[in-house]
Design a binder for this molecule. Structure first.
Ligand SMILES: [Zn+2]
Length: 318
């Protein structure tokens, strides 16, 4: 059903029948589709501006099958690049929306104190949920048992999905082949250290369970779990030891993300963003620069690494 991929040792790994991975480009997370007699389940739904594409991918994948119906969407966590298709998919297909238990209050009331969209300057269409998922819940996906595991760190409420029989882990942003999701400071300066501790514990959990292949939230699936654990740990160690380095990484991620969305931003818009987006202000607690200076330096940083281009008073995506 899904194309085999080659891992670093050049052995082909086949996902079980009924499981299909859509590796997406940036702005959208990867999506994983499971099909069984009960209908299809989609893990994560990408970014809002790609929602039509997500819808098309799902419909194309399930058409002609025995039960060509999207039954539910389940989110690993509620960052805008993982749940941006929820609203459209629910509206068009009437599928269930299943979110991590910890996000239920925030979504029910669409309360931005508990959701990250406004804090990070990103967008997500409002959606409702029909059910929640908690660590320890066991789901049948594509005819196999998958257990939800808590994955706090990058996001305190996030979950991963593990199929012990197949040795597959859907890891969200807890671990990628070469890193993990950014560690965002919040209004409470104490949470960052707690989040780092939780992130290390989540990696310990990944190490303790039987995982032969990881399907990350971004990038290709991979089998070198040990190597990825080493790389993520050394990255997290560096970020946790130096919050200012972490903060500079966070603001670069947020600016690049916005640039992917907008394609081009005037320098003035970037400076306004750096004055107004709360997470940038939180990160700047550890950096300590005037917002406009931080904006200018971050633009220079992106240009230096080839992630952006400067054209007069404009910053362009690259
Ligand atoms: Zn995330």
């Amino acid at each position: 059903m899904s194309a085999p991929f080659r891992n670093d040792r050049l052995e082909a790994f086949h996902f079980p029948p009924g499981m299909q991975v859509f590796e997406r480009g940036w702005l959208s997370s990867n999506c994983v589709l499971f099909e069984d007699e009960a209908g299809a389940t989609l893990i994560d739904s990408g970014y809002v501006t790609h929602a039509d594409q997500t819808m098309a991918l799902v419909l194309h994948a399930i058409e002609g099958h025995a039960t060509p119906r999207l039954r539910r969407v389940i989110n690993t966590h509620l960052h805008s690049d993982h749940c941006g298709g929820n609203a459209l998919l629910a509206r068009r297909t009437r599928c269930d929306i299943v979110i991590p238990e910890g996000n239920s209050y925030g979504v029910r009331h669409w309360d931005q104190r508990f959701l990250t969209f406004v804090a990070t300057g990103q967008h997500c269409d409002r959606f409702d949920f029909t059910d929640t998922i908690s660590a320890g819940d066991v789901l049948t996906l594509g005819g196999q048992e998958w257990e939800a595991l808590a994955a706090p760190g990058h996001d305190v409420d996030s979950v991963m999905f593990h199929c012990e029989d197949e040795g597959i882990l859907i890891s969200g942003d807890a671990i990628w082949e070469d890193g993990c999701g950014a560690m965002f400071p919040t209004a409470n300066p104490k949470t960052l250290d707690e989040d780092f501790s939780a992130a290390f514990e989540t990696l310990q959990l990944v190490e303790a369970i039987d995982v032969r292949v990881i399907v990350p939230g971004h990038g290709r699936p991979f089998t070198d779990v040990e190597g990825a654990l080493d790389r993520v740990r050394s990255r997290l160690r560096r970020m946790s030891a130096d919050h200012s380095w972490n903060g500079r990484h966070v603001v670069k991620v947020l600016l690049k993300y916005r640039l992917l969305d907008d394609r081009r931003m005037s320098v003035e818009t970037v400076r306004t963003m750096f004055r107004e987006v709360p997470t940038i202000a939180y990160a700047n607690r550890d950096i300590g620069l005037p917002p406009s200076v931080l904006a200018d330096r971050t633009m220079d940083d992106l240009v230096r690494v080839g992630a952006a281009r400067r054209d007069g008073d404009w910053l362009l995506d690259a």
